[in-house]
Design a protein around this ligand. Structure first.
Ligand code: ATP
Ligand code: SF4
Ligand code: MG
Length: 316
């Protein structure tokens, strides 16, 4: 069952120097209970896409296209309906938990405030019952409810953030670089936890990361983004076995460094989104570039089952 269906999504930011096109004609789907990994170099538009889903973009952003979720088109839905969706049906976890947790509020207070924001009449006993359930799911002992954020380790704070995101049993979780500020061992623990929670709560997850290793381990489907475009998408196993887009190949080649599991850069720089190259924006860095590549953006084709790619090497 398709949980989230994004079609022809465009997001551009107004800036003094002109529009910054951060997401261009993006098509993505997430099935219920599935993790979609979204990968690409810094500045390619991953967070913008994640924020568009939850409609938490700044006023300078213009959004067109459609994002169908929970019976609504999130691009055109109005605020009262959106408020219900946000945090309830769909939740977001960010990179740095400390910027989201209030240092002066206990854990109990965070949960109460969140629950009452959506259900002003919720009684405290019931709210705490729900809080204990999600804290247990993320393996934080509920008897620590009256402690403050600084009394927890970085990994525990991130787990508290995840618990906050789960309070209303969302069907979709957008996890934007959820573990970048954590060390590798804690990162693995958090992602394993997310994976088991995903199964327990039957959620779809959009996992945004620039770490391909995490995608290989925790996602079933993946999408590769370049300069605002979805360059390629498909099942993780197939894309790793046979990357089609030259950019995906570049990313995978640069991942040989298993030590750090970080993404090494492909020669050249990602383009400036204020003035992207004509045609396929990857052409200045692409080892397979042809004259046609500088003309118009390549059409998206389906050269293999369940796979799409936007590249002139794969004519329709
Ligand atoms: P990273 O991996 O570094 O987090 P990203 O893929 O998440 O990068 P985005 O944060 O979505 O990238 O940014 C995409 C583009 O939009 C960048 O060029 C960025 O400078 C621009 N951008 C992001 N937020 C804004 C904003 N509020 N106003 C103007 N431009 C923005
Ligand atoms: Fe390379 Fe051309 Fe394909 Fe772009 S369209 S990735 S430049 S071959
Ligand atoms: Mg980002």
């Amino acid at each position: 069952m398709t949980l989230l269906d994004i079609e022809g999504l465009n997001v551009s930011y107004a800036s003094r120097a002109g529009p910054i096109r951060a997401v261009i004609s993006a098509d993505l789907k997430i099935e219920a209970g599935q993790t979609l990994g979204l990968v690409g170099e810094s500045g390619c538009g991953k967070s913008t896409l994640g924020k568009a889903i939850l409609r938490i973009l700044p006023d300078t952003a213009t959004v067109t296209g459609s994002i169908r979720f929970a019976g609504l088109d999130l691009v055109t839905a109005e605020e009262p309906a959106l408020r219900k969706i946000r945090g309830r049906n769909a939740s977001l976890i960010f990179q740095d938990p400390m910027t989201r947790l209030d240092p002066l509020m206990t854990v109990r207070h965070h949960f109460l405030e969140l629950i009452r924001a959506h259900e002003p009449d919720a009684d405290e006993d019931d709210a705490m019952k729900r809080t204990r359930r999600v804290l247990t799911a993320v393996r934080i002992p509920p008897d620590r409810l009256d402690q403050f954020p600084h009394e927890f380790s970085g990994g525990m704070r991130q787990r508290i953030m995840i618990a906050l995101a789960l309070v209303f049993n969302p069907t979709l979780l957008v996890a934007d670089e959820p573990t970048t500020s954590l060390d590798v061992i804690v990162e693995a623990q958090i992602l394993q936890l997310l994976d088991s929670i995903k199964n327990e709560f039957e959620m779809g997850v959009l996992l945004i990361t620039h770490n391909l290793g995490l995608i290989a381990e925790y996602a079933e489907e993946m999408a590769v983004m370049y300069a605002g475009h979805i360059a390629e998408r498909g099942p993780v196993r197939d894309v790793f076995k046979e990357p089609l887009h030259p950019y995906t190949k570049g990313l995978l080649d640069s991942v040989i460094d298993l030590e750090t599991r970080e993404l090494h850069s492909i020669p050249g720089q990602p383009p400036d989104l204020l003035q992207p190259p004509s045609g396929c924006p990857f052409h200045p860095r692409c080892p397979s570039a042809m004259p046609v590549c500088t003309g118009a953006f390549p059409p998206t084709t389906r050269p293999r089952r369940d796979r799409t790619v936007a590249c002139y090497l794969y004519p329709g």
